[in-house]
Design a protein around this ligand. Structure first.
Ligand code: SD4
Length: 307
C-alpha cells in the first residue's frame, strides 16, 4: 500500500530543507535519499552559522562538522569533527554504505572523503571569522545554546530586538512505502574546544530511526542529550505507546531529572515521528520551532516547552 509521505525538521530553516526532501518524497523516492538531499540545503547555506559551510568555528578558528544518517534497515553512518568538507552528511552516508564501519572521525574522515572524490574547501566564511575574532577578545567559553529563550516569550512569540539563533538540523522523513529515515548535521557548539563532539553525529543521541516504531532527532546542548541517549529514548517511549509529542516531553523531563540545575539554563529540543506519520516535539525552553511538509500541509510549528 502507498502511504502519505511526510518530512519534518528542526527549526524554521527546516522549511527549505523539507522542500528539497519533498521533491524526492513526492516523486515516490526513498526516504534515505530525501533526508540527505534535505539537509544538504542548510549545509551549503552560508547564512546558517550552525550547520556546514558558514558554521561558527571552534575556539581555534576551525570549522569542525558532525553528521549522521540512518536508514529504514538500521544501517547508520556518522562523521565526527570533520573539516573542510561542505557536505558531511554525504560522507556519513558513504561511511554507512561503503565501509564496514559506522563512525569515522577527524583526519580519518577527511582522508576517506577526499579518497571518495569530495573536494577540500575552506568553510570559514568572513562573517563567521569576524564573529570568532570578536569572541576571542573575551574568549569566554559559555555554551549559550539557549539564546532563544531570551528572545521568545512563553507563547513562543519572538521578542523585539532578538537575533534569530539558528541551530542544528535534524530531519526525519517517511516515504510513500512507509519507510523511515533520518539525518542530522551541525557545526556543533560555537567556540567549543577543538575535538569536541556533540550529540548530533551520535547514533541514539542526536538521531535514531527504528522503522518498526518511529524516528527522533534532537537539537540544543548536546552534552545533555548524550547523557540520556535522547533520540533512542524518544523512540523507545513511542514503542511503549506514547505519541511523539508525549515521548519528546518525557525525554525532556528525563534531562531535568538528571541535570536539574543545568536544565534551567540550556536549551534542548526533541522532534519525533511515528509509523502512522504522527509527529510532535518538545523542548526545555521556549523558542524551539520545527517545520513540517506533507501532501496536506507546509507549516512551521512552535514546539511546546517546559519552562
Ligand atoms: C551540539 N546539538 O553540537 C548540537 C548543537 C546544536 O547548534 O543543536 N546547535 O551539541
Amino acid at each position: 500500500t502507498k502511504g502519505n509521505p511526510i518530512v519534518i525538521s528542526t527549526w524554521d530553516f527546516g522549511k527549505a530543507a523539507n522542500a528539497e526532501a519533498w521533491k524526492i518524497l513526492s516523486a515516490g523516492g526513498r526516504a534515505l535519499d530525501a533526508v540527505e538531499a534535505g539537509v544538504k540545503v542548510p549545509e551549503a547555506d552560508e547564512s546558517n552559522q550552525s550547520v556546514g559551510y558558514g558554521g561558527l568555528p571552534d575556539r581555534d578558528g576551525r570549522v569542525t562538522l558532525d553528521a549522521c544518517i540512518m536508514d529504514e534497515q538500521y544501517n547508520c553512518g556518522s562523521v565526527m569533527c570533520l573539516e573542510h568538507i561542505m557536505h558531511p552528511i554525504s560522507v556519513a552516508r558513504l561511511v554507512m554504505e561503503k565501509t564496514p564501519h559506522v563512525v569515522l572521525v577527524g583526519d580519518g574522515a577527511l582522508q576517506f572523503a577526499l579518497a571518495n572524490g569530495f573536494k577540500k574547501e575552506n568553510l570559514l566564511t568572513p562573517a563567521s571569522e569576524k564573529a570568532w575574532k570578536e569572541w576571542l577578545k573575551t574568549s569566554k567559553y559559555e555554551p549559550l545554546m539557549n539564546i532563544e529563550n531570551k528572545l521568545y516569550n512563553k507563547e513562543n512569540d519572538p521578542m523585539p530586538g532578538g537575533i534569530n539563533n539558528h541551530d542544528t538540523i535534524g530531519l526525519l522523513a517517511m516515504d510513500t512505502n512507509g519507510q523511515l529515515s533520518g539525518a542530522c548535521t551541525t557545526s556543533g557548539m560555537a567556540y567549543k574546544l577543538h575535538g569536541r563532539v556533540g550529540d548530533s553525529p551520535i547514533i541514539g543521541a542526536g538521531l535514531y530511526v527504528d522503522n518498526e516504531v518511529g524516528a527522533a532527532t534532537s537539537t540544543g546542548v548536546g552534552e545533555e542529550v548524550i547523557r540520556i541517549v535522547g533520540s533512542h529514548l524518544v523512540v523507545e517511549l513511542m514503542r511503549q505507546g506514547h505519541k511523539p509529542e508525549a515521548a519528546c516531553k518525557k525525554a525532556v523531563e528525563r534531562i531535568i531529572s538528571r541535570s536539574p540545575e543545568k536544565a534551567k539554563q540550556v536549551q534542548v529540543g526533541f522532534l519525533a515521528i511515528n509509523k502512522k506519520g504522527e509527529f510532535g516535539a518538545y523542548a526545555l525552553q521556549p523558542g524551539f520551532t520545527y517545520a513540517v511538509k506533507s501532501g496536506k500541509e507546509e507549516t512551521i510549528y512552535k514546539g511546546k516547552s517546559i519552562y
